[in-house]
Ligand binder design. Structure first.
Ligand code: SF4
Length: 207
C-alpha cells in the first residue's frame, strides 16, 4: 500500500518520473538528495522501502497520463538498483500506454547487478541517458564517489558502448556547472564513441 513516505510517481516540468529506489552506489557531490527531500510535485522522495512491482503498478494505474508523452525512471536513487522492478514496469507501461520510456542512469547497472544488463535494458525502454559527469576517471572518482572505485568510469563508458550496440537512443550527459573546457573534453569522448552528447542545465536533479 502507498503511504505518505512512499512517493513513487511524481511530476517535474511536465514530465512524469518514477522513483523506484533510494539505493545508489554513488555519492555525487552535486546530488540533490543531500540538499532537499523532493523535487517537482513530490513532497518526500525518501521511500519507506524499495517498492515492489505491484506498488509501482498501483502508482502508474492511479495516475492520469493525459497530456504527458514521456515517463522517466529517475528518482532519489539509481533505478538499475531495482532492475527487476524497472524491467517489469517498463513492460507494463508498453502494454498499457503509448508513452516514451526513458531511464536516467549513472551507467553502473552492470556492476550493481553483477551481470551485463545493457541488452535487457535497451530492449525494454526507448531512451537511455547516462551521466558521464567527467572527462577522466580520477575526477569521476572524486565527484561521483562510486563504491566500486576507480574502475567505475571505464565500466560506465563500457556500458554506454554496449547500449549503443542495441539502440541509437543513448545519450551521454554532463551538467553545465563543470565548465566549458571540461564540457568540450566530455563532448569529444561521446563523439569518439558515436554517442549523442547532451549538456544538462544543473537544476539539482538526481542522476
Ligand atoms: S546524482 Fe544519481 S548517481 Fe549520483 S548519488 Fe545522486 S542518485 Fe546517485
Amino acid at each position: 500500500m502507498s503511504n505518505q513516505n512512499q512517493e513513487i510517481l511524481y511530476v517535474y516540468k511536465n514530465k512524469v518520473y518514477l522513483n523506484i529506489t533510494n539505493k545508489c552506489p554513488c555519492a555525487c557531490t552535486f546530488c540533490i538528495r543531500s540538499k532537499k527531500d523532493a523535487i517537482g510535485n513530490a513532497s518526500n522522495l525518501w521511500l519507506d522501502h524499495n517498492p515492489s512491482f505491484e506498488e509501482v503498478k498501483e502508482a502508474v494505474d492511479s495516475f492520469n497520463f493525459d497530456g504527458y508523452d514521456e515517463i522517466i525512471f529517475c528518482g532519489y536513487g539509481e533505478p538499475t538498483n531495482s532492475f527487476e522492478v524497472l524491467i517489469k514496469t517498463a513492460q507494463y507501461l508498453r502494454q498499457k500506454l503509448n508513452i516514451k520510456i526513458r531511464v536516467n542512469t549513472n551507467g553502473l547497472g552492470s556492476l550493481i547487478n553483477e551481470r551485463d544488463i545493457s541488452e535487457e535494458l535497451c530492449k525494454n525502454v526507448d531512451f537511455i541517458s547516462i551521466s558521464l559527469n567527467c572527462s577522466n576517471k580520477e575526477d569521476y572518482l572524486k565527484t561521483v564517489r562510486p563504491k566500486f572505485g576507480i574502475k567505475s568510469y571505464d565500466e560506465m563508458l563500457d556500458f554506454a558502448k554496449k547500449c549503443k550496440k542495441y539502440t541509437d537512443n543513448v545519450v551521454l550527459s554532463v551538467v553545465d556547472v563543470i565548465g566549458e573546457d571540461e564540457v568540450e573534453k566530455c563532448r569529444k569522448i561521446a563523439d569518439n564513441l558515436g554517442i549523442t552528447f547532451r549538456v544538462r542545465k544543473y537544476n539539482g536533479s538526481a542522476t
